[in-house]
Design a protein around this ligand. Structure first.
Ligand code: NAD
Length: 476
């Protein structure tokens, strides 16, 4: 590209602290993963700015928590409208920072609007637990204080929306910290919040993976809502222990897709493929390993390979693109390692190639005949590389599905939904879908089993996680 035509990096992003848009103590480059070019000079907060953000959120808390819930709801709905009005701009920015195809980015922004509206429609009524002539026992829910949110880079907006709106509706104030490779939509969202909420109610800082511990151990923070890897989640849990903060962890997964012997491989393969490769495989709930019965194993592998060969990989701004790049260089190198493992331990039947170019492109890759103890099968690959294993009897497939420390999600594919339900009941995870995937409306609770998480997001239960329940027991 002619240097003069090269788009100039954005330089207009600011931290949001105490109602003001402020420069960072320094800046860092945000890279567009499709081009390898600098997309923005991002403000980087230092420890003092983190302290200022927490202090601002603390100062704003008494008035915000005393604001009637109807008014907090009204402002959330205003926020939803404001985001909807700027959805094109947000979607384009999301594609450029994250890599996902523009229609998917639009879907994430519309999903964000709907999520804000879903939480705004919720309530936190008092529950009368016992009432008679001698006593009245009531459970009330009140806010906690300052909530710290920490989000990863695969769905920067939607994962923020299941944290910030319920925290605010419940009467908390917020300090948000996005992932360093996708901070831009979160900073813009912070600006939008700043136009709507009183100063200090929503603060956004950006870091380079260096302020997480300071945020989670901060004595001014009452609760941490974290989404990210299990390894970091363990550090967060240790870090909040010093102050016994409330904590929600949405962590990694290694979800199995179990295909039953009653399916038509031609019909089910595209659904399994989509479940594995959506967002270039960078989904906590992606199908990360597939178990297929012996008798349809070859056909299923061949169908999956065909889909992988036909996939269009490219820049998310190109309307033909189905799969964008891997989001960042570190993950790109990790996924290459899983391809190498697939090659060494199994047989690659589609993909396995790195696309030339400055961006971080990897073609959808299907690996067959790979043993269960291969790294690609046991670990979370978080990229477009799918191992497909065979099974002889269903009990064995279920046992292998459950033989992991993870327990986020799973899918079951069958022509018999009742049979699918029965299999689903035997899987140890927070969500199991039968003949569908990633159906995640914000009014349905979502949580991880085992080392995939702690606590709940979404649904009324997810809202309640941002509250303290108090029992008030009155003698009459
Ligand atoms: P990550 O754990 O590396 O980073 C997540 C966030 O934690 C980032 O904002 C990062 O800056 C921050 N962080 C880093 N070190 C920290 C520390 N010591 N203390 C506090 N915060 C710290 O995860 P990632 O690579 O950005 O995201 C991918 C992972 O997230 C995958 O494992 C994926 O499965 C998981 N994930 C889970 C869900 C879910 O809902 N369960 C959703 C999306 C992604």
């Amino acid at each position: 590209m002619n240097a003069q035509l090269q788009p100039q990096p954005y330089t207009d992003f600011r931290l949001v602290i105490g109602g003001r848009l402020v420069e960072g103590a320094s800046t860092f480059d945000v890279i567009n993963p499709a081009t390898g070019q600098v997309l923005a000079k991002c403000p980087r907060a230092d420890r003092a700015q983190l302290d200022q953000a927490v202090a601002a959120a603390k100062a704003a808390y008494p008035a915000w928590s005393a604001t009637p819930i109807a008014e907090r709801r009204r402002l959330l709905l205003k926020l939803a409208d404001a985001l909807a009005a700027r959805s094109d701009e947000f979607a384009r920015l999301l594609t450029q920072e994250q890599g996902k195809p523009l229609p998917m980015a639009q879907g994430e922004i519309f999903g964000s609007v709907a999520t804000i509206q879903t939480f705004a429609a919720m309530d936190l009524p008092e529950r009368v637990l016992r009432e008679d002539a001698t006593q009245r026992v009531v459970q009330r829910r009140s806010s906690l204080g300052v909530v710290g949110t920490i989000t990863p880079w695969n769905f920067p907006m939607i994962l923020l929306m299941i944290k910030v709106p319920p925290a605010l509706l419940a009467g908390n104030t917020v300090v948000s910290k996005p992932a360093p490779t996708t901070p831009l939509t979160t900073l813009r969202f912070g600006e939008l919040c700043n136009e709507i909420f009183p100063p200090g109610v929503v603060n956004v800082i950006a870091d380079q993976n260096d302020l997480g511990d300071a945020l989670t151990s901060h004595p001014g923070i009452a609760k941490v809502a974290f989404t990210g890897s299990t390894a970091t989640g363990k550090k967060v849990m240790a870090s909040v222990a010093g102050t016994l903060k409330r904590l929600t962890l949405e962590l990694g997964g290694n979800d199995a897709a179990i295909v039953l012997d009653d399916v038509d491989p031609k019909e089910v393969a595209p659904k399994v493929f989509h479940a594995a490769m959506f967002n270039t495989g960078q989904v906590c709930l992606a199908a990360k390993r597939v178990y297929v019965p012996e008798k349809i194993y070859d056909e299923m592998c061949a169908e999956l390979a065909k889909l992988a060969e036909a996939a269009v990989v490219g820049d998310g701004l190109d309307p033909n693109t189905q799969f964008g790049p891997v989001q960042n260089k570190t993950q790109f190198e990790k996924v290459k390692g899983y391809i190498a493992d697939g090659k060494a331990r199994g047989k690659i039947i589609a993909g396995g190639t790195i696309v030339d170019g400055p961006g971080f492109f990897i073609r959808p890759t299907i690996v067959r005949d790979i043993p269960d103890d291969a790294k690609l099968v046991c670990e979370e690959q978080f990229g477009p590389v799918l191992p497909v294993m065979r099974y002889k009897d269903l009990d064995d497939a279920i046992a292998r599905t459950n033989s992991t420390d993870y327990g986020l999600g799973a899918t079951v594919w069958t022509s018999n939904p009742q049979r699918g339900y029965e299999v689903a009941c035997r899987i140890h995870s927070g969500t199991v879908w039968v003949n569908k995937h990633l159906d995640l409306p914000a009014d349905i609770p979502f949580s991880g089993a085992k080392q995939s998480g702690l606590g709940t997001e979404m649904g009324v239960e997810g809202l309640q996680e941002f509250t303290q329940a108090t029992i008030i027991n009155v003698a009459k």
